[in-house]
Design a protein around this ligand. Sequence first.
Ligand code: NAI
Length: 299
Amino acid sequence: SSSSTRNAIKTVTVVGGGLMGSGIAQIAAQAGQNVTIIDLQPELLEKAQKSIQNNLVRVGKKLYKDDQSKVEAFVKDSVDRIKVSTKVEDGVNADLIIEAIVEKLDVKQELFNKLDQLAPAHTILATNTSSISINEIGAGIKRKDRYGGLHFFNPVPVMRLLEVIKGDHISEETYQTFLEWGKSVGKTCITCKDTPGFVVNRLLGPYSAEALRMYERGDASKEDIDIGMKLGAGYPMGPFELADYTGLDTNKFVLQVMYEQTKNPVFEPIPLLDKMVAEGKLGIKTGEGFYKYEKKSKV
Ligand code: NAI
C-alpha cells in the first residue's frame, strides 16, 4: 500500500481543551477522525463539548442549508466521535497526539516526557505552541523523529492556515504525515524551521508593535490606522481591532518572548500596552481594549 494509507491518521488526542484544543478537536472530528480531549478540569471539558456542539450546528447549517435532519446527523456523528477524559492515560492510544495546554516550558516538557513513555511506538506527537522552541519542548523525548510543531490560528475552525514546524530530528515520514493530516482537516500547510514566532507571528509582531507606537506618538488615531490597513493593505482587521481580538495580555506576552528570543528592538516593551494590561483593558474578552464592547454573557 502507498505511504499515504500507511500513515493515515484515524485517531487523534488533543491535550488541553481550551480555546485552541477544542477547535482542533472539532476539525478532526468533522473530518471523520476519532478524537479524545484531555483536560485537567472536568468543567473545561464540558465547556469544550458545548462550544464544539454549537460550532458544529453552525457548520452543519452552512453545509446542508435547510435540511434539518442532515444537519442533526452531521452534528451527532461528529460529536459521537469525541471522547473526553481528565486522565492523559486515556488518550495515549492514538495515531497523533496534539498538545494545546498552558504556554509553560516545564509543564509542556513534563507532559511530552509522559506521552513519550506511555504512547505506542507509532504515535506521532505535536505541540501547538506559539512562542516556545519546538526542540526545547521535545528535548527529553526519545521519539524525536516522530515529533514536531502543528501551529494553528484562532479561531481554529475558521482560519485556514496550519504552520508545520520541523524540529531538528523530524523524519521525512512524520513530516509528510503532518502535511497529509493538515490537508485532511481542511487546512493549507506551510513549513517553517523552529525559529521564534515561526512565519506569521514573526511578521505580525513588528507590525502590531509599530502600529501601537504610531498611536502612542499621536501620529494618527487608532481608528484611522485601522481603516488605513484595511483599505490600503487589504487586511480584514486593523491592528487595534486585531489586538483587541487576540487579547492585549497575549500581545504583551508575545512581544516579551519575541524580544527575549531575538533581541530585536522592535519587540521592546511598549508603555501604552503595559499600562492597558495593568488596567485590565485586555480587549474583547474584558469588554474594553482599544475599543469598547458589549460584555459577552457566559453561556
Ligand atoms: P487555554 O487557556 O484556552 O487552554 C489551555 C487548556 O489546557 C486549559 O483548558 C487548561 O485547563 C488545560 N491544561 C493546562 N495544563 C494542562 C495539563 N498539564 N494537562 C491537561 N490540560 C492542561 O489556552 P489556548 O489559548 O487554547 O492555548 C493553548 C496553547 O495553544 C498554548 O501553547 C498557546 O501558545 C497555543 N496557541 C494559542 C493561540 C491563541 O490564539 N490563543 C494560537 C496558536 C497557538
